[in-house]
Design a protein around this ligand. Structure first.
Ligand code: ADP
Ligand code: MG
Length: 269
């Protein structure tokens, strides 16, 4: 069921620039289970769109479809490439991987899944930059230092192994590694969920700063409405694989239209 504020009619941010990601009528199945049903959305440069919903509602699966790690059973995903919007289905595996490294960025919940724990912090950042073609060691090291500073890790830790980092620092390192390519499109899957509350707050603050400085389009997946309120301008609510309500963050959170959204909002107040 779609409310009157369904994604197709949801207010768009005021930007002269067109969307950098368009998903149209996506369906996805794991075996016989339909995990996503008729999902459509658009994301614009400079905005954060949060996809919220309970565990198991299909948020991570959707993000993986939008990033090109999974292929929809039906529907089209178009994302920004070096030559404008491109349907992901038209890209070779090689081009897709290249875009994932150079134009898009993905931050997952558990940084240990993304980082290499046996090479230094700077090595993790530099590796990503080298994959984009930069080779000069001195410059690479300088960049690694710069990005550690940006995510508020002491640059004296440059040569330390991630193994010696706290959970919050590991997540910051994953963010530095992702942002060094200055992605046009950033995917965040529960970026703060694995952390202690005080560490979460500091990391959210950092993310807010980083996101507002860059002209990135951000897709944020979270089960936590407080996280969505802090970072997102627009919110789409997922339930059982469908977007049941979407709109400006304040509208969705302060004046939810769908009974399920009303329940979600009231249960955390
Ligand atoms: P969320 O991120 O909102 O918690 P997911 O996208 O991870 O939800 O999962 C949505 C549904 O898809 C769940 O019912 C989950 O059990 C199922 N699912 C997720 N990944 C797989 C998989 N690799 N194989 C089979 N089912 C899966
Ligand atoms: Mg998930």
């Amino acid at each position: 069921m779609l409310t009157s504020s369904s994604p197709a009619h949801a207010p768009k941010p005021t930007t002269a620039l067109g969307p950098v990601l368009i998903a149209q009528n996506l369906y996805f199945q794991f075996g016989n289970q339909i995990v996503l049903r008729d999902v459509s959305l658009e994301v614009f440069p400079g905005e954060v769109l949060a996809i919220v919903g309970e565990s198991g509602s299909g948020k991570s699966t959707l993000l993986n479809l939008l990033y090109g790690n999974l292929t929809p059973s039906q529907g089209i995903v178009q994302a920004i490439s070096t030559t404008g919007l491109q349907p992901l289905s038209a890209l070779s595996q090689q081009t897709l991987r290249q875009l994932q490294r150079s134009r898009w960025g993905y931050v997952c919940q558990n940084p240990r899944d993304a980082l290499r724990m046996t090479i230094s912090a700077s090595g993790n950042i530099i590796e990503r930059r080298m994959a984009m073609g930069l080779r000069h060691y001195g410059t690479l090291r300088q960049e690694a230092r710069h990005w550690l500073e940006k995510v508020e890790i002491d640059p004296a830790r440059l040569d330390d192994l991630p193994e010696t980092f706290s959970g919050g620092m590991l997540q910051r390192l994953q963010i530095a590694r992702t942002l060094i390519s200055q992605p046009a499109l950033l995917y965040l899957d529960e970026p703060t969920s694995g952390l202690d509350v005080s560490v979460q707050a500091a990391l959210l603050d950092l993310l807010r700063k980083l996101v507002s400085k860059e002209q990135m389009a951000v897709l944020l997946v979270t089960h936590d409405l407080a996280v969505a309120r802090l970072l997102a301008q627009r919110i789409a609510v997922m339930r059982h694989g469908e977007i049941i309500e979407a709109g400006l963050a304040d509208q969705v959170l302060d004046d939810p239209q769908h009974p399920y959204t009303q329940l979600l909002v009231s249960s955390v107040l």
